[in-house]
Design a protein around this ligand. Structure first.
Ligand SMILES: Nc1nc2c(ncn2[C@@H]2O[C@H](COP(=O)(O)OP(=O)(O)OP(=O)(O)O)[C@@H](O)[C@H]2O)c(=O)[nH]1
Ligand SMILES: [Mg+2]
Length: 504
C-alpha cells in the first residue's frame, strides 16, 4: 500500500512479485538489482532460502524518478511460490500496489500457472482499489518456451487487456521493462488513493525487511498449520491411484536374509562416490513441502554408499537411516505430469497414515528428458531384523518366544492393512514396531490382495520363515520347534506356530 513520506519527500510504492515455485521471481529481482544499481553491490535481502527456494520474501529497495515532484521509492518484494506457503504469500500480496506475476513459459506448465494465478487474483481483487498485474512469461531462453499468442490463449480473459512481457530472468531480457510497467501501475493506484483521500502519510505496512520479517513471523508463521493436517481431509485411496504394482522393492533388494543383516557392511565394496542419477546434470525437483526439502538437503549431504539392484533401479540405504528407491517403470513426460503423480501419492500416504511409518516422503526429479518419482523411507528395525538377532544368538527358547511375539504383531498389522485392496507388500521385512504398534515401514508399493484369506496368508508367511530357518540353521530349527511346542499351551500365537510347524 503506497504512502507519502513527507520527511524524505518521497512516495513509497510496493511492487510484489508472485507466481509458482521455481518460476524465477528471486532470479528476476536479483537481475533487476544488477540492472538498476549497475556495478554496485546488489542489495537484495533474503531472510531465508532452503534449497534455493524462498521461505519468506526477497526485498530490494530502489529509489528513482519523480512523481508530483517527489522521489519514487520502490519496495520490490518477492513472495514464496510454494503451495504450502500460501498464508505468507497472501500477507505480502495484501500489501502490494501492483503484482508482477512471474511464471515459466513451458507448454506443460501453462494450465497450472493459470490456476495458480486465479488463486492469487482473488486476493488482488479484494483490495480497494484493485491491485493490477503485469504478467511476466519467464524462461523464454528455454527451447520449449511458448510465444505471446500461446500464453495469452492459455490465460484467456484474465490477461486480455493486461501487460504481458516475455522475459528471461537469467539473461535479463524484459526484466527492466516489466518493472517499469509495474511502477507505472503502482503510481496509477497511488493517484486513485490520493483522489479518494486515502493515501497514507505513514507506513501502513512494515517498512524495512527486518520489520517485515518480524511481522510475518508474528502474524502468519505461528498460525500456519502443518501441511499434512490439511491433507488429512483427502479422499481415501482407490485402486486407480496405485503407483506401483511390482514386486515389493524390499523383497527384490533383500538378497541375503540371515547371513547379512547389515546392509552397510554388505555394500562396502561398492562404496562409490554417491551421486543420485538426477544430480549429475542440471536438474529440477518437485517436493511437496518444506520439511521434505530440508530432509532432502540433509540426506544428500550425508550420502555415503549406494546399491543398485536392477539396471536403472536404485536401492540405497544411507548410514542406515534412510532408504531410497526409484521406479524406472513409472516415467512421466513432463513436470506437470510428475506433479499430478506426486499429488496422488500424497493422497495415498494420507489415506494410509494409520498403517504407514510416518517418516517417509516422495520427490519428483527430472530424469533425462522425463520425470521419475523417488521414495525416501526411514530405515527402522523390522520384525525380521529383530528376529534375526535371536537367530544369530542361537538361543532356541528366546527365539521361540520372539517368534510367538512376531506372529502376534504380524497378525495385528495384517488385520489393519487387509481392508485395502490393492494391499501393501506385507512381510516381516516391512513391518516395524513404533511405540508398541506395528506399522508398515517398507516402500509404498501395492499388489492385489492375495487369494488367501487372512489366516492362510499369515500361515504362509511363517511357513516360509520356518523353511528358511530349517535350511540355513537345521539344528536351531529342531530346537526351536521343540521350544515352540513347549510353550504352545500357554500362548495362542505359539499354538498357531505349533500348528504350522506340524507339516515342516
Ligand atoms: N533457463 C532459465 N532458468 C531460470 C530463469 N529464471 C529462473 N531460472 C531458474 O529457475 C530456478 C528457480 O528460480 P528462482 O528465481 O529461485 O525461482 P522462484 O520463483 O524464486 O522460486 P520460489 O522462491 O521457490 O518461489 C533457478 O534454478 C533459476 O536459475 C530463466 O529465465 N531461464
Ligand atoms: Mg524465490
Amino acid at each position: 500500500m503506497s504512502w507519502l513520506d513527507a520527511d524524505n519527500d518521497e512516495i513509497v510504492v510496493r511492487i510484489v512479485y508472485a507466481g509458482p515455485a521455481d518460476s524465477g521471481k528471486t532470479t528476476s529481482i536479483r537481475k533487476l538489482a544488477k540492472l538498476l544499481l549497475g556495478g554496485k553491490q546488489t542489495k537484495v535481502h533474503t531472510p531465508e532460502e532452503i534449497g534455493g527456494q524462498t521461505m519468506y520474501f526477497d526485498w530490494l529497495d530502489y529509489t528513482g524518478g519523480l512523481f508530483q515532484g517527489k522521489r519514487i521509492r520502490c519496495q520490490i518484494l518477492s513472495t514464496p511460490g510454494q503451495d504450502e506457503l500460501a498464508k505468507r504469500r497472501q500477507y505480502l500480496l495484501e500489501s502490494a500496489d501492483v503484482c508482477v506475476f512471474v511464471f515459466s513459459s513451458n507448454t506443460d506448465e501453462l494450465k497450472y500457472n493459470h490456476n495458480y494465478f486465479l488463486t492469487i487474483n482473488k486476493i488482488l481483487k479484494k483490495a480497494t482499489p484493485d491491485i493490477n498485474v503485469v504478467f511476466q512469461a519467464n524462461k523464454q531462453d528455454l527451447p520449449e518456451a511458448q510465444d505471446e499468442a500461446s500464453v495469452r490463449a492459455a490465460f484467456g480473459i484474465e490477461i486480455e487487456k493486461q501487460m504481458l512481457l516475455l522475459t528471461s530472468a537469467i539473461d535479463g531480457q524484459g526484466i527492466r521493462e516489466a518493472f517499469v510497467s509495474a511502477v507505472r501501475l503502482a503510481l496509477e493506484r497511488a493517484i486513485k488513493l490520493q483522489l479518494s483521500d486515502s493515501l497514507d502519510n505513514h507506513p501502513p505496512f512494515a517498512n524495512d525487511p527486518s520489520e517485515l520479517l518480524k511481522r510475518l513471523s508474528d502474524d502468519v508463521y505461528a498460525s500456519e498449520s502443518p501441511v499434512l493436517s490439511d491433507a488429512a481431509q483427502q479422499p481415501p485411496i482407490t485402486e486407480q491411484t496405485t503407483p506401483d504394482t511390482e514386486n515389493s522393492p524390499e523383497s527384490v533388494a533383500s538378497t541375503a536374509k540371515y547371513s547379512s543383516v547389515n546392509l552397510k557392511q554388505q555394500d562396502q565394496t561398492d562404496n562409490t562416490n554417491m551421486v543420485m542419477p538426477f544430480e549429475t546434470a542440471s536438474h529440477q525437483l518437485i517436493y511437496q513441502n518444506n520439511h521434505e526439502r530440508r530432509l532432502h538437503n540433509e540426506i544428500t549431504c550425508s550420502m555415503s554408499f549406494k546399491r543398485e539392484v536392477l539396471p536403472q533401479r536404485w536401492y540405497i540405504t544411507l548410514e542406515r537411516q534412510w532408504k531410497i528407491i526409484n521406479n524406472p517403470n513409472n516415467l512421466y513426460a513432463n513436470k506437470a505430469a510428475a506433479r499430478i503423480a506426486l499429488d496422488k501419492i500424497k493422497k495415498i500416504t494420507v489415506a494410509l497414515s494409520n498403517i504407514l511409518s510416518p517418516q517417509r516422503w516422495h520427490l519428483a526429479a527430472a530424469f533425462g528428458d522425463q520425470w521419475q518419482i523417488w521414495q525416501y523411507v526411514a530405515v527402522l528395525p523390522t520384525l525380521r531384523s529383530n528376529m534375526n538377532l535371536y537367530i544369530a544368538n542361537k538361543d532356541s527358547k528366546k527365539l521361540a518366544t520372539q517368534l510367538a511375539k512376531t506372529y502376534q504383531l504380524a497378525t495385528e498389522f495384517t488385520q489393519k492393512a487387509w481392508q485395502y485392496n490393492p494391499t501393501l507388500h506385507i512381510s516381516l521385512d516391512t513391518i516395524s514396531i513404533i511405540q508398541e504398534q506395528p506399522y508398515y515401514s517398507g516402500f509404498l508399493a501395492f499388489r492385489s490382495k492375495s487369494n488367501l484369506n487372512l489366516t492362510a496368508f499369515i500361515t504362509k508367511l511363517f511357513h516360509d520363515v520356518f523353511i528358511e530357518i530349517k535350511q540355513s540353521r537345521p539344528q536351531l530349527f529342531i530346537e526351536t520347534k521343540q521350544s515352540i511346542s513347549d510353550i504352545s499351551n500357554l500362548d495362542n500365537s505359539a499354538k498357531s506356530l505349533h500348528n504350522i510347524l506340524r507339516d515342516i
